[in-house]
Design a protein around this ligand. Structure first.
Ligand SMILES: NC(=O)c1ccc[n+]([C@@H]2O[C@H](COP(=O)([O-])OP(=O)(O)OC[C@H]3O[C@@H](n4cnc5c(N)ncnc54)[C@H](O)[C@@H]3O)[C@@H](O)[C@H]2O)c1
Ligand SMILES: N[C@@H](CCC=O)C(=O)O
Length: 559
């Protein structure tokens, strides 16, 4: 008997249960414990003092290439954090081959052992690597410590832990009916072939989930990380390796996105895309895959899972709490510089509230401190830089457009500066046109557009919110009047996959608010829920019969 068969048999001696899973608690870094600050400062200094050479990782081997791309600190773009090796065509093919070769053993690895890798990685991030994770995300992706903590520590750990709980529930889900003498079973096979994960810059946790969810279910992965998140993403991979992830299960391939994608999705064993990023990039990938399906390139119909852009709204009703809706809107729009797919980018305020709303909102905006969020001297900055020069230029162009457009007025903000880092001031723009393109286009930055509606037109504005753009990711209604809440909840059914009542439209927590939207916002497979795991398995039904036939005729044949 082969050795791995012995291993498989040994794993069947008990049905193990995942430990009790709870959301990771978020440290508030409010200086009650100076030790936290010292540890964080040491980690920031460590990553700042040297330019890390980041390799590709193929079949567990580090591969360094002479062609590299630098990752800079967006808060101080003269600071080069990493030299990231770029994959050649041969590297990409080698990564695909490694994913295929590792598949059989990983798929046959007992579930307990696969789960343990992710539970241990979560534990390592909660303890030994918490400050490294924070520092890498703060420096590389321009987050302040609180935003880094809720992303690269809490949400990331939650994804890894909750996914094990959801997988356990999925595996336990079996056909409910059995006839006498029959045992029906469902087997949750990993997909045949390999998974391609293409991950965004803005959440280290999302990258972790895009590679982690398929891998947990027994798939192997080719991972193309975002160029502007390479540092935290590579750190994550090394932590997974320390937690016991076998070679070849996740292959890390930074490189030219189009070149990597074209080779990966042209492989006949490409089984699934797990993507998060912008809508247009996803459409391009979708169409390449569809064309390949039509051209008979694949053995299977690849699964396509993509979470994409948004143009998320707050609808303020005249009965809303003014202070709460002002502060929630400010956080929703400007936290992490508006670079959350869920960020508030269109705000609807009734005329009766607008003068006081505007005064309080602008007053709060003027207290926002913006600066180098990865500084070792200060944790004071509420906002930091936007991610890179293209984003900065796009936002600057939008602000300039607003200055000359007669239908737009800059209420507050409107300045920007890229001398040292990519800084865009939080900006509030008012439009007189409820159909304006600023209510349609995703800017992905701290630019919020507001439309002030007549109180009597509450229902009409709901219709306009629903129809004005193509997205359907997140949205909120703020009201004390229950009928106003009910009307918005009913009429905005398809306007947001995550709908909030008297809360901001960002900040979904794994296991609590399942995340994702439909329309142009993605396939809505709900990260943070068990549903996402079903996309990375292909169920086999097994019927075992205990009765043996003694005759081929039916009883009626003897009548
Ligand atoms: N719905 C969600 O859950 C969610 C979450 C986070 C971010 N987002 C969206 O992501 C976007 C911001 O992230 P981003 O700037 O990293 O997005 P992006 O689309 O620019 O990049 C995402 C990934 O796609 C790769 N990519 C870019 N062009 C490609 C191409 N032509 N072919 C193949 N791959 C390509 C990038 O290298 C990166 O790895 C926003 O639109 C935001 O709304 C959505
Ligand atoms: N969980 C986050 C996801 C943000 C995506 O970029 C939120 O809901 O704000």
């Amino acid at each position: 008997m082969a050795r791995n068969q012995v291993r498989l048999f040994a794993s069947q001696l008990a049905t193990n249960k995942i430990p009790t899973i709870k959301n990771e608690s978020v440290k508030d870094f409010c200086f009650k414990d100076e030790k936290d600050w010292d540890l964080l400062r040491a980690a920031i200094t460590k990553f700042s003092d040297e330019t890390l050479a980041i390799p590709l990782v193929i079949n567990g081997q580090k591969v360094y290439r002479t062609e590299t791309k630098t990752q800079v600190n967006p808060a101080k773009h003269g600071q080069i954090l990493a030299d990231v090796s770029q994959a050649t065509a041969e590297d990409i093919q080698a990564a695909i081959a490694a994913a295929k070769a590792a598949k059989k053993q990983w798929a046959a690895t007992p579930w307990t052992d696969r789960a343990a890798v992710f539970l241990k990685a979560a534990d390592l991030i909660s303890t030994k690597y918490r400050y490294d994770m924070l520092a890498a995300t703060m420096l590389g992706q321009g987050k302040n410590v609180y935003q880094a903590e809720i992303d690269s520590v809490a949400e990331l750990i939650d994804f890894f832990k909750f996914n094990t709980k959801y997988a356990e529930e999925l595996y336990a889900s079996q056909p409910a009916e059995t006839s006498p003498g029959v045992w029906n079973r469902a087997e949750y096979r990993p997909l045949e072939g390999f998974v391609y994960a293409v991950t965004p810059f803005n959440f280290t946790a999302i990258a972790a989930n895009l590679v982690g969810a398929p891998a947990l279910m027994g798939n192997t992965v080719v991972w193309k990380p975002s160029a502007t998140a390479a540092l935290s993403n590579y750190l994550l991979l090394t932590i997974l390796e320390e937690a016991g992830l076998p070679a070849g299960v996740i292959n890390f391939i930074p490189g030219d996105p189009v070149e990597v994608t074209d080779l990966v999705v042209n492989d006949s064993e490409f089984a699934a895309l797990h993507f998060t990023g912008s809508t247009d990039v996803f459409k391009g990938l979708y169409s390449k895959i569809s064309n390949n399906v039509a051209a008979d390139k694949y053995r299977d119909f690849p699964r396509i899972v993509g979470e994409t852009g948004g143009k998320n709204f707050h609808l303020i009703h005249p009965s809303a709490s003014l202070e709460h809706s002002v502060l929630s809107s400010l956080r929703g729009a400007y936290e992490y510089q508006g670079q959350k797919c869920s960020a508030l980018s269109r705000l609807y305020v009734p005329e009766s509230l607008w003068p006081r709303f505007k005064e309080e909102f602008v007053g709060a905006m003027s207290q926002i401190q913006i600066g180098n969020t990865s500084s070792t001297d200060s944790l004071n900055f509420f906002m930091g830089p936007v991610i890179h020069e293209q984003s900065f230029d796009k936002l600057a162009a939008a602000i300039e457009q607003a200055k000359s457009d007669p239908e737009l007025t800059i209420v507050q903000g409107g300045s920007y500066d890229k001398t040292n880092g990519f800084y865009v001031q939080p900006t509030l723009i008012q439009t007189s046109n409820p159909e304006h393109e600023f209510l349609k286009r995703e800017f992905f930055g701290p630019v919020l557009t507001t439309y002030v509606y007549p109180d009597a037109k509450y229902e009409q504005i709901i219709d306009s919110i629903d129809k004005v753009n193509k997205y359907g990711l997140t949205g909120s209604v703020f009201a004390r009047d229950r009928s106003a809440i009910r009307l918005a909840e009913e009429k905005l059914r398809y306007s947001a996959g995550n709908f909030y009542i008297n809360d901001k439209c960002t900040g979904a927590v794994v296991g609590q608010q399942w995340f994702g939207g439909a329309r142009a916002s993605g396939t809505n497979d709900k990260a943070g829920s068990g549903n996402i795991l079903t996309r990375f398995v292909s169920v086999r039904n097994v019927k075992e019969n205990f009765y043996e036939l003694t005759d081929f005729k039916y009883p009626s044949n003897y009548h």
